[in-house]
Design a binder for this molecule. Structure first.
Ligand code: G3P
Ligand code: CA
Length: 266
């Protein structure tokens, strides 16, 4: 049986070539054909959801400050792009870029970008834990999604987390939203499984899928569970995911993965 080809989800935007989680990275991913966008979200001290992976701004802005202790205005004043292209300053022929494309991005702005794009796009939003704000993150997330009318079964949004507690909160607040339980290893999966409803999507990392393809086969073929996999950049891994019947691949290189899937007749 020919398996349907997986959806191509841009991990933090087109993060192989652009600074992750910036508007520039997401626009590049969309323009390169991404069907969905993945982002991590954290809550700022003044209550805004921002797209940032790490707890602190050390890696992407050389600042030790913790995101949850910063206000949005402070975050927006940081340069979170230069770390990706440290030699760009020395390139006289480099085209000018819009500074808006390289700042810390609010989730609201990302949702607007998706809503305004000229073709349907989905969003896979990961809430990061632990954080001092605990369940407030999911509460604010659902409130924001409600503003966009995106909490129903037809919403172009799913919520992901490594915390099953976080997913349970989202289920209570917005029962129709799709949920993805992220796991890195088998132990995490077996620990979370008793707390998951049958319709929750499993979200293993590619290492787990490579090491235990039979586990994924059982999830899909025996239990009818949907599976999304991260971070799938190599053609062999894309093939593996497609052959297993994985529904979505989250990748740093959405353009290349999309072209690979199109070219391999999937
Ligand atoms: O899409 C899930 C994946 O993003 C989880 O890992 O560390 O990139 O958030 P991380
Ligand atoms: Ca993530």
């Amino acid at each position: 049986m020919v398996k349907p080809r997986p959806q191509v989800v841009a991990h933090r935007g087109a993060s192989a070539v652009k600074a992750e989680h910036t508007l520039g990275a997401y626009v590049a991913a969309l323009d390169d054909g991404a069907e969905a966008l993945e982002c991590d979200v954290r809550l700022t001290a003044d209550g805004h959801l921002v797209c940032v992976h790490d707890r602190s701004m050390r890696r992407t802005a050389s600042r030790a400050d913790v995101v949850s202790a910063m206000e949005l205005a402070d975050l927006e004043s940081l340069d979170v792009s230069s770390w990706k292209t440290p030699w760009a300053e020395m390139d006289d022929e480099r085209p000018d870029t819009d500074p808006e494309l390289g700042k810390v991005l609010t989730l609201r702005r990302l949702l607007e970008t998706v809503a305004d794009y000229h073709r349907p796009v989905e969003l896979a939003i990961e809430t990061k834990h632990p954080t001092r704000y605990a369940g407030l993150v999911e509460k604010r997330l659902v409130e924001l999604l409600e503003e966009f009318g995106w909490t129903g079964a037809d919403a172009p949004v799913r919520v992901m987390s490594f915390s099953w507690l976080a997913l349970r909160r989202v289920r209570r607040l917005a029962p129709d939203l799709d949920l993805v339980m992220l796991v890195e290893n088998r132990q995490q999966w077996y620990r979370a499984k008793p707390f998951l409803e049958p319709d929750a999507v499993a979200g293993p990392g590619i290492e787990l899928v490579r090491e235990h393809p039979d586990l994924v086969r059982r999830m899909i073929e025996l239990h009818g569970r949907r599976v999304h996999c991260w971070v799938v950049n190599e053609p062999d891994d894309v093939e593996l995911c497609r052959d297993l019947g994985i529904e979505a691949v989250i990748t740093d290189t959405p353009g290349a993965v999309g072209r690979h899937l199109a070219g391999s007749g999937a």
